[in-house]
Design a protein around this ligand. Structure first.
Ligand code: GLU
Length: 493
């Protein structure tokens, strides 16, 4: 195979959408797999809709995901000359023509065609204008667009889509489409092809929403005397009602930034997004970067659309549960130091970071992460559910409060008693703490679980967690005693 050169050409008109990110990831994987190059090209020719913030957001999003590119970013606006030249070449060689039909005329014809249930294709009025008719209209100052001259013959455009197989569209289905606007600006269909030719793109991997563009673009390649690249179209991402997921109807869950803000691990999101539309052919769901590059093939991209399983009405699932579970998996299984470094940023953002965690308290910090990550799903959980480990100012889970504290009003005195016992121990560790807690329960003639679960509630704020005896030792005598002594505050109105 000759050199693989793929591209990611976003239009910078908004945030990085997870569908766009998936396209970028798949192109990146394909480039990596074949020692090829990924080119980042910002398609910024739509001056009204393109913004600097969006360009930055896309670049930040890709960087965060760990998707690196080999060339670029190129900016489409830097190549406007190439686009204009290509349009001129097509006009000169008779592959395109100027069309002087006004918007009003076209609209009227469209309505008439619709009413008569006929095709709404452009009817070719200007396709056969003589040079005199053209100069006559130009002399009158009538504005014109440039239309591509679709072959008028039997047959059609055909190509072998790496995902969907042979795709054929008959010429008669393709109208003479506009390639240059009346303001002289070439349109996406043309610019994109001119740039792909210049950038020597070997494979165009993009969403199925571009299928009708592809057949038209192949005609442009032919007219420009270039060989079309290999095409592969990825399935769309739909919601449970089979509608395309979009910011308008689904809100921020479609933006990569949202996952970053919600405490996702970048690779976990990459892993989730790849499987949304591609399958390895076996039941593996977790892939390292190397494994994914090894397993990835275009042929295993799914033909049918992917379903993004998101139920707005269930706040527990703030996005597709599979994404959350994948993140939870990485959170629990990645080297603890790597997680600890990510949690540091989260704690800093929430003003919970103590510089000692990088110094004298480092061992304690790392152990904390290791102890609590088992039940967590996102980095945010460390500053919310895990807050009690890093601050005295935390809230107690209402369930833990009701079930393990308020249910036994006597705990108001039992917990301070336990605090006294702990304070009096010659040495304080998980074994001595356990012994003291059990002894107190026996003396009070209560189940040991009662003071122990209550201790969990007032010390960690949580209903469940790691072994409480281990936690006594981990939090250390000072904090344990303090929080047990203050337990009375939860019983007040
Ligand atoms: N700028 C286009 C988009 O964002 C590029 C599509 C493509 O050719 O891949 O949809």
């Amino acid at each position: 195979m000759s050199e693989v050169r793929v591209r990611f050409p976003p239009s910078p008109t908004g945030y990085l959408h997870i569908g766009g990110a998936r396209t970028a990831i798949v192109n990146w994987l394909y480039a990596k797999k074949h020692n090829g190059k990924l080119i980042l090209r910002i398609e910024d020719t739509d001056a009204e809709r393109s913004t600097k913030e969006s360009i930055q957001g896309i670049i930040d999003g890709l960087n965060w995901l760990g998707i690196d590119w080999d060339e670029g970013p190129y900016f489409q606006t830097e190549f406007e000359k190439d686009h204009a030249q290509a349009a001129a070449k097509m006009l000169a060689e008779g592959n395109a023509y100027k069309c002087f039909c006004s918007k009003e005329t076209l609209e009227k014809k469209r309505e008439a065609a619709l009413a008569a249930k006929k095709d709404v294709k452009y009817d070719g009025t200007c396709r056969h204008l003589s040079p005199e008719e053209i100069s006559d209209r130009e002399a009158q100052g009538i504005p014109s667009v440039v239309r591509f001259k679709t072959p008028q013959k039997e047959g059609g455009v055909s190509y072998d889509d790496k995902v969907l197989g042979t795709i054929t569209r008959s010429y008669s289905d393709i109208e003479d489409f506009v390639i240059v606007r009346s303001n002289g600006k070439p349109l996406y269909l043309l610019c994109n092809v001119v740039d792909d030719i210049r950038d020597r793109i070997s494979h165009v991997i993009r969403g199925q929403d571009h299928l009708t563009n592809t057949t038209r673009q192949i005609l442009l390649y032919n007219a420009l005397g270039a060989l079309p690249p290999v095409f592969a179209h990825m399935p769309l991402t739909l919601d449970l009602k089979k509608a395309k997921i979009s910011k308008r109807s689904h809100g921020e869950i479609v933006a990569v930034q949202y996952y970053r803000n919600r405490g996702f691990i970048p690779w976990a999101l990459v892993n989730f997004l790849v499987l949304l539309g591609w399958s390895p052919g076996d039941d593996r769901e977790i892939f390292s970067k190397e494994e994914l590059i090894e397993a990835f093939t275009l042929e295993r991209i799914n033909k049918s659309h992917s379903i993004f399983n998101y139920r707005k009405d269930d706040p527990k699932f703030f996005t597709d549960p599979k994404a959350i579970n994948t993140n939870g998996h990485y959170l629990r299984t990645m080297p603890v130091e790597e997680i600890a470094a990510m949690v540091k940023k989260e704690l800093q953002a929430e003003n919970l970071w103590d510089d000692g965690y990088d110094g004298a308290k480092k061992e304690w910090y790392i152990k904390t992460i290791d102890l609590i990550r088992d039940r967590f799903y996102t980095l945010k959980d460390f500053s919310s559910l895990g807050r009690s480990y890093f601050s005295d100012d935390f809230e107690i889970d209402p369930k833990a409060l009701a079930k393990n504290l308020l249910k036994h009003p006597d705990l108001k005195t039992w917990l301070p008693m336990l605090a006294d016992r702990f304070a009096a121990l010659p040495t304080f560790n998980k074994d001595t703490a356990e012994e003291a807690a059990r002894k107190l329960a026996e003396e009070l003639d209560i189940k040991p679980g009662i003071p122990i679960n209550a201790s969990r509630a007032v010390i960690t704020g949580q209903l469940k967690g790691p072994s409480m005896f281990e936690l006594f030792e981990h939090f250390g005598r000072e904090i344990v005693v303090k929080r047990l002594r203050e337990a009375g505050k939860y019983f007040q109105e």
